[in-house]
Every structure is written in structure tokens, then in C-alpha cells.
Design a protein around this ligand. Structure first.
Ligand SMILES: Cc1cc2nc3c(=O)[nH]c(=O)nc-3n(C[C@H](O)[C@H](O)[C@H](O)COP(=O)(O)O)c2cc1C
Length: 412
């Protein structure tokens, strides 16, 4: 049984609480497919942990009764600075999961990004919601597939195109290898028992075909043959010429997702790109790649306000969003958090996740004494954890001993 609205609100009071419930209710292999990262999962964990490397320095005497967290992105007003990023096979958590999540995003006044690997087709999702959507694409060996996805998304009215650049070779997700959650799937007693344990999920999904709807053809319909086909399509030779080619095809904002190096962000602007997403794919691709929030300051400096910079990876709290914006991001994307909501309550579950972020951000702004999200900049942060922070606004890294000594001076 999905959680009703009351239980979602009572028990799902944070992203961590929702994740804990989802972990109990989903088959282990489905939970791990969503939750897991590549290899030793150092980047996956680091994404979340690194937000604690900076401490807030509040100024509570600027009290206000209302705090505006809306943002302007590509000419559109969003009511909160949190978008839903692309996640393939969301329909594995809830029948037509992409439709449920897109509707929740629309109701909250934000954007849903459809993954190339959605379980409903591009055109069907566009019909299901009133607000504009974004579409995420890859560069394929067969450029005809990339082109046809871009053309279909354009014709269906998608607002922006996101080219993901960090997934041309698949990362090694070891939880999936352990669980036999691979293509073709390994069916074992353990995997059968795992699904049986999560009976409500199994019943809910029994009549919902899990497929990659955008790739379905006369000869390829089932998830196994589609998976093999798609993995073989990704082109590891992706380069700036390909970016130029796709840029030439797409009318409207185009973003690169997977940017961590400031030089790549600078080049993106030269190549006519309208926005970058600082991202390491949630730690699912290159393990020990830099944590997203660690990469953000240098990318924001390189971009210098010329195009929007977005961030994803480990965003679990409103305080994380406020820190990213203080470093120069326009907004954050969430991946896994919305999947936990989806798994527990479909559209209502995703709505609960977005509401958690909205309330959290409002509370952080109130406690910090900032009357709008546009009021936070680097001066509200101090480098170092809460007990080891350098002076506010001074982001030069220095040895820990010096930082501690300085924070004592600041506190005295
Ligand atoms: C289950 C799952 C599937 C994903 N599928 C895609 C995808 O199809 N395309 C893509 O660009 N990113 C994909 N991502 C990465 C997310 O867009 C995003 O970068 C990442 O989840 C952000 O980190 P977070 O989960 O810590 O919020 C996926 C992530 C997850 C967890």
C-alpha cells in the first residue's frame, strides 16, 4: 500500500526519513539501483557530506515576515529553486512514474526533466502536464537517434534540452552487480525472494510494463533487448563538435550536465550553451570525481554570471540549496530524493519532497536573517565545518590550525 497523505507528512518529514521508509518497502535490488553509486561510492557519499564543509554565518537581526525563494530561469518564474533532474526508469517505482513526478513538479511551480530512458514516451508526458518540461539527451554513435529525440522533444513543446556529458561509458555500479540487477537480469532464488518481500510494490507494478519507451520499435520492445541496444549506442568520442551540431539543431535553451571543470564551463559559453549543470551524476559514474558543491565555486567564477549555473548531487536539505545559491548557483536539481517520494506515494510523494525543500529553504532564510534567496552570497558562509570555520566571506583555504585560531578570534 502506498503511504496516504497524512502518513507521508507525519513520517516523511525529511528526505532521509523518506529514504529510510523506501528502503524497507522496495525490493533490495530496486532500492540499490536508485540509491547506489559507482565503485566505492566515495563521490556519492562525498556529494552529501561536502555541504558540511561550510558553515552559515547568520545575521538574524534582519527579521522579516516573508521570504521570497522564487527564481527566474530562462525567462520563467519558478516558485522554488529546486528542479527535478532526469532519472531513467522512474516508472520502476510507480506506474508511469514520470507522469506522477512531472505533475507534482508542475503543481509546485517547478521544472521536471525527462530522462532519455523514461518509461512513457516523450509525447505522452508532454500531454500529461500543463507546465513546460525539459528533456535530457545523450550523444549516440547513431547521430540519427540523438537528432530524432531532439526533434521529437522540440515538436512536443519541451522548453530546454539537457545534454548529459558524463555517461558516455557506464560507471561500474557494484550494488547492481552484487544483486544481479544487470542486463540481462540474473534471476536467482535470492532475487525472487527479494521481490516477494516487497509484495505491495510487486502488485502495484505487475501491470505496469517497465520499458524505455522512447526507444521502442517493432523489433525491440522488451527491457532486456532495449537495455543492450541503448548501452551499445553511447558514443565515447563525444566532443565539442558534437555539442555544436546539437546546438545547431535545438531552438531554445540548451544545457550541459556533468560539468565539473571551470575550463569546460568557459568553453560551454563559447559554444553557445545557455546553462551548465555542475554534476558528477550523483556519484554513479566516475568514482572519486570531485563533490559537486566543491566544484561549484570555481565553475561559478569562470561563468561570472553570463549563463545560469545549476548544481546536483547530494542535495538533501534546504540548507544545501541555500549554500549552492550562495556560491553562485541559480538553482539545484534533485535526483534520488524525488524517487523516494515517488516510491512511497506517486504524485503525492513527490509533492511531499518538494514541500520539504520549500519549507526547509524558508526556515533557513528566516533563521539566517535573509529575506530572499537572492540575498545570499558567499559572505553568508565560512570555510570549514561548524566547529572549524574561517572568517565569514574569506574562502581562501588555510591549514586547520590557523582556521581554528581565526574562528576563536572571530568568536571573541
Ligand atoms: C536512478 C537514477 C537514474 C538516473 N538516470 C539518469 C539519466 O537517465 N540521465 C541523466 O542525465 N542522469 C541520470 N541520473 C543522474 C541524475 O540526473 C542526477 O545527476 C543525480 O541523481 C543527482 O544526484 P542526487 O541523486 O544525489 O540528487 C540518474 C540518477 C539516478 C539516481
Amino acid at each position: 500500500m502506498p503511504l496516504d497523505r497524512g502518513r507521508l507528512e507525519r513520517e516523511g518529514y525529511s528526505v532521509a526519513a523518506l529514504r529510510a521508509i523506501a528502503r524497507r518497502r522496495l525490493p533490495r535490488m530496486v532500492f540499490d539501483f536508485c540509491d547506489g553509486g559507482a565503485e566505492d561510492e566515495i563521490t556519492r557519499e562525498g556529494n552529501e557530506a561536502a555541504f558540511a564543509d561550510w558553515a552559515f554565518v547568520p545575521t538574524p537581526l534582519n527579521g522579516t515576515s516573508a521570504r521570497d525563494q522564487s527564481i527566474l530561469l530562462f525567462g520563467e518564474r519558478l516558485s522554488l529553486p529546486v528542479l527535478i533532474g532526469p532519472t531513467g526508469l522512474s516508472g520502476m517505482l510507480w506506474p508511469e512514474g514520470e507522469v506522477a513526478a512531472a505533475r507534482a513538479a508542475a503543481a509546485a511551480g517547478t521544472i521536471y526533466t525527462m530522462s532519455h530512458a523514461s518509461t512513457v514516451p516523450i509525447e505522452e508526458l508532454a500531454q500529461a502536464t500543463s507546465r513546460p518540461l525539459w528533456f535530457q539527451n545523450f550523444m549516440y554513435r547513431d547521430r540519427g537517434v540523438t537528432r530524432s529525440f531532439a526533434e521529437r522533444a522540440q515538436a512536443a513543446g519541451y522548453r530546454a534540452l539537457v545534454l548529459t556529458i558524463d555517461n558516455q561509458v557506464l560507471g561500474q555500479r557494484e550494488r547492481d552487480l552484487r544483486n544481479g540487477f544487470v542486463i540481462p537480469p540474473r534471476v536467482t532464488w535470492r532475487s525472487v525472494a527479494d521481490v516477494a518481500r516487497a509484495l505491495p510494490w510487486a502488485l502495484r507494478m505487475a501491470r505496469a510494463p517497465i520499458t524505455m519507451a522512447n526507444y521502442v520499435s517493432e523489433t525491440r520492445k522488451d527491457i532486456v533487448s532495449l537495455g543492450v541496444y541503448v548501452a551499445g549506442l553511447l558514443d565515447p568520442t563525444l566532443n565539442w563538435k558534437d555539442v555544436d551540431w546539437l546546438r545547431g539543431l535545438w531552438r531554445g535553451p540548451m544545457l550541459l550536465k556533468g560539468v565539473l571543470h571551470p575550463d569546460e564551463a568557459r568553453l560551454a559559453i563559447e559554444h553557445g550553451i545557455d546553462g551548465v549543470v555542475v554534476s558528477n551524476h550523483g556519484g554513479r559514474q566516475l568514482d572519486t570525481a570531485l563533490a559537486s558543491i566543491r566544484a561549484l565555486p570555481a565553475v561559478a567564477d569562470a561563468v561570472a554570471g553570463r549563463i545560469p549555473v545549476l548544481l546536483d548531487g547530494g542535495v538533501r536539505r534546504g540548507s544545501h540549496v541555500v549554500k549552492a545559491i550562495a556560491f553562485g548557483a541559480t538553482a539545484c536539481l534533485i535526483g534520488r530524493p524525488h524517487l523516494w517520494g515517488l516510491a512511497l506515494g506517486g504524485e503525492a510523494g513527490v509533492a511531499q519532497v518538494l514541500e520539504i525543500f520549500r519549507r526547509d529553504i524558508d526556515r533557513v532564510l528566516a533563521l539566517g536573517g535573509w529575506d530572499g534567496i537572492d540575498r545570499v552570497d558567499r559572505s553568508v558562509l565560512a570555510e570549514g565545518g561548524v566547529a572549524d570555520a574561517a572568517l565569514a566571506g574569506d574562502l581562501e583555504p588555510r591549514p586547520a590550525g590557523v582556521r581554528r585560531a581565526q574562528s576563536m578570534v572571530a568568536a571573541s
